[in-house]
Design a protein around this ligand. Sequence first.
Ligand code: NAD
Length: 498
Amino acid sequence: MTPSTNSILILNNFVDNKAVASSAAEQTHIPVTSPHTGATIAQVPLSTVKDIDDAVRSAKAAFPGWSGLTFKARAAYLLSFYNLLQANINELSDLVVEEHGKTKAEALGDVNKGLETLEYALSLPQLAAGRTEWVSGGVQCRDDRVALGVVGGIVPFNFPFMVPFWTIPLALGMGNTYVLKPSEKVPLTMNRVAQLAATVLPPGVLNLVHGSAAAAVALVEHPDVQALTFVGTSEIAEKVHQRGTALGKRVLALGGAKNHLVALPDCNPEMTAQDVVNSFTGCAGERCMAASVLLIVGEQPELLSRIIAKAQALTPGSKANNMGPVIDESAIVRIESAIAHAQEKDGAQVLLDGRKSASFVAQRAEGGFWVGPTILQHSKSTDHAMHYEIFGPVLSILHCATPLEALAVENANLHGNAACIYTSSGASAEFFTQRFTAAMVGVNVGVPVPREPFSFGGIGRSRFGYGDITGDAAIEFFSYRRKITTKWSEPKEKSWMN
Ligand code: NAD
């Protein structure tokens, strides 16, 4: 990192294992702000088409050597990378706290979940082995998996470590070389990862270019980028998918979410209340798997009062039992406008108002982007907040007379990331899991994130493209299958015996 004239660090890109200054002019650097205080903690360059081109060239030059290694040899490099990241887990999670605002426990979760994908990639020598079969007399078919080339990753702000690590380990393990465009809102964690990677991976295998839309678009447009993964809002995901596929690239673009939890009358009220609150307030609601709509079947006053009490008890901060800040001022505006719209335009009742929570108001007065947990009670499923991704600590509650009514509300949701059912009946759980229109479904689990080898990914407007982004689906995404059909036996009439 280079000190700027006013001593705020300006981040460099990483190309060929070297820190290189972006070609962006100084006025095109933007501040990275601490969500805790609002203070500027670094300057991130808005890199240019040339910077992306330099990184792609480096990745392209590294590709023959890297893809030519055995799976075992690449796994050995990834094991060194894993050990180095593990050794630096405290520093990495501190960076996540500093730039994103997660609590320390959430930040450790972010890094550890990312490292799980790297652990999985260490088994690629076993997982990616090809098949062989005699398919006819003397004729054998076999297949193996071949790397695609240079791949690009464009990532969101909400998991500074985990989301980039959904794809980096498996893309590299399969033999591809990589150009990452981190989120301009949280560039410090991946910046440190690139510094560490430069000490254990061959040059050009993992490159990093900072920036925002222009750098991301340059990656999408680059003719030498064979495949792209994108994670972010649905609107941009859809555009990246459309443009990338029009250019002939393989593209998987994950978008936003609106996740529904259904609480049946036979649910355990204490467990359900704790899970619902953890789900909608965890990471200040900035998770694509966060619960944002709770459909309560019947009245269940005990469940409702427990949810309100638990959410009300949360205080601002970064320790256990705290809720962290949201990412920036624009998030505050979006969240508070959505609450105001629900109350003033749609007539929703505000059961808990995070705009007025004394401890959060006091914290915001000292600086930073703080808004307390908010619970809205709706009378109509058509309300704006029931559909719009608020992406903050806001829960919309709707009472439904019957389980089928709750199912119909969930099914009308255009997104399809997660849905959960809370019940003590196996038959009811099975009924809902078979009918939810979401790809990641939970039973008595508020954040149903699948763990390797199971793969992560939604449907509907939560996913543009085919397949999932982690697990065995990612092995498929980051390679193509080469099929080799062989015959070595001599034709009968030419056999050496006659
Ligand atoms: P965002 O869409 O604003 O930004 C994501 C990335 O896209 C950033 O790196 C940004 O620089 C880049 N970008 C901006 N303009 C672009 C353009 N025109 N073309 C290409 N790239 C562009 O998203 P965000 O606010 O950083 O992240 C929050 C969103 O991400 C939420 O909607 C959340 O649900 C979603 N998300 C989804 C998943 C999932 O698995 N489905 C996971 C995490 C986050």
